[in-house]
Design a protein around this ligand. Structure first.
Ligand code: HBI
Ligand code: FE
Length: 293
C-alpha cells in the first residue's frame, strides 16, 4: 500500500460516511512490515532518556514492540482498556470537522499506508508509522487522552468561530511538537518529534531552536513551519496543566483578542516569554544561506 495525497470533499469510494476504511491488515506486504520494524527499531533505540515517560509507558501498555505493523483491532482493544480510545483507519487527511468529531468521541484516525523504503526520513502525508507510533502511545495516558478529546471538542467549536488557524497552532505546538519538563530534564512527547529520527535528537540537543515555556495565547500567536525542523518548541510543565488550561480557557474571548494581536515568527522571542533555552538560530541561518530565495 502506498500514500494517496488528497483531501477529498466527500468520503472517497470505499470509505464510510465518517471517512473510515478497513485497515486491511492482510494486504500489507512483507516489505511493509519490515519498513515498520526498521523505523520502530531506530526510534526506540534513541528514545530512552529523550521521550517522556508517558510515551515510553504507552509503548509497553500497547505492546507495540511486537514486530510488524500493528493490527488496529488488537491495538484498539488495549487502548480501549487503558483510556477508552480506539484507532480507526482513514485514507489520508480528512476534513477538519470530521477529524474533530472523531477526536471528541475518542477515535484517533490513522493512515493505513506505510511510507516507501526510499522515504524513511521524510514524507508529507502522515502514514501509519507517524500516526500509530507517534500519536497512539500518548493516548494510553489518561490525562493526555482527556486532553486530545478536549481538543476535539474545542475544534468543533472553533469551526463556528472561524478560528481554526489559531487552534491548529495549539495542536502543532503540543500534540505534534511538544516538549515537557520532567524531573530529569526536558523530554519529548510530540508525535512529529518522536517519530522523526533527526528531530528527536535536534529538538533536545541542538543549540539553534528556542525552547519556551508554554502559554496558550502565545502559542496561538505563533506561526509554524511544516517543511523543516522547528525553530521553537514550547515546553509544558505537566499533562495535568495542559489539560487544565485547555479545559478552563474561555476560547471565544481569546479568539476575539487574537484577531487584533500580532503573530510571532517561529524564531521570535516575545515579552513575557519564559525562555528555557535561547536558541542561536544558527541552523535557520545556515539553511537560508544554503538555499537563497
Ligand atoms: N486528518 N488524517 C488526518 N490527520 C490529521 O492529523 C488531520 C486530519 N485532518 C485535519 C487536521 N489534521 C487538522 O485540522 C488539525 O491538525 C488541526
Ligand atoms: Fe500527527
Amino acid at each position: 500500500m502506498t500514500a494517496e495525497t488528497h483531501v477529498f470533499e466527500r468520503p472517497p469510494e470505499g470509505a464510510a460516511e465518517d471517512w473510515s476504511i478497513p485497515q486491511d491488515w492482510d494486504a500489507y506486504t512483507t516489505e511493509d512490515h519490515e519498513t515498520w520494524d526498521i523505523l520502530f527499531k531506530r526510534q526506540v533505540q534513541q528514545l530512552p532518556g529523550r521521550a517522556s515517560q508517558a510515551f515510553l509507558d504507552g509503548i509497553d501498555v500497547l505492546n507495540l514492540s511486537k514486530p510488524g505493523i500493528p493490527d488496529f483491532i488488537e491495538l484498539s482493544e488495549r487502548l480501549m482498556d487503558a483510556t477508552g480510545w480506539k484507532v480507526i483507519a482513514v485514507p489520508g487527511l480528512v476534513p477538519d470537522d470530521v477529524f474533530f468529531d472523531h477526536l471528541a468521541n475518542r477515535r484517533f484516525v490513522a493512515g493505513n499506508f506505510i511510507r516507501r523504503r526510499e522515504q524513511l526520513d521524510y514524507l508529507q502525508e502522515p502514514d501509519v508509522f507517524h500516526d500509530v507510533f507517534g500519536h497512539v502511545p500518548m493516548l494510553a495516558n489518561p490525562v493526555f487522552a482527556d486532553y486530545m478529546a478536549a481538543y476535539g471538542r474545542g475544534g468543533l467549536r472553533a469551526l463556528k468561530y472561524d478560528s481554526l488557524d489559531h487552534l491548529a497552532r495549539l495542536y502543532w505546538y503540543t500534540v505534534e511538537f511538544g516538549l515537557i519538563e520532567e524531573a530529569d530534564g526536558l523530554r519529548i512527547y510530540g508525535s512529529g518529534i518522536v517519530s522523526s529520527h533527526g528531530e528527536s535528537v535536534f529538538s533536545l540537543d541542538d543549540p539553534s531552536p528556542n525552547r519556551i515555556g508554554f502559554d496558550m495565547k502565545r502559542v496561538m500567536q505563533t506561526n509554524y513551519r511544516i517543511d523543516d525542523f522547528q525553530q521553537v518548541y514550547f515546553v509544558i510543565p505537566s499533562y495535568e496543566e495542559l489539560l487544565r488550561v485547555t479545559v478552563e480557557t474561555d476560547f471565544a474571548p481569546l479568539y476575539k483578542e487574537l484577531e487584533t494581536s500580532c503573530d510571532y515568527a517561529p524564531d521570535d522571542i516575545a515579552e513575557g516569554d519564559r525562555v528555557i533555552t535561547r536558541g542561536t538560530q544558527a541552523y535557520a541561518r545556515e539553511r537560508a544561506a544554503a538555499s537563497p530565495a
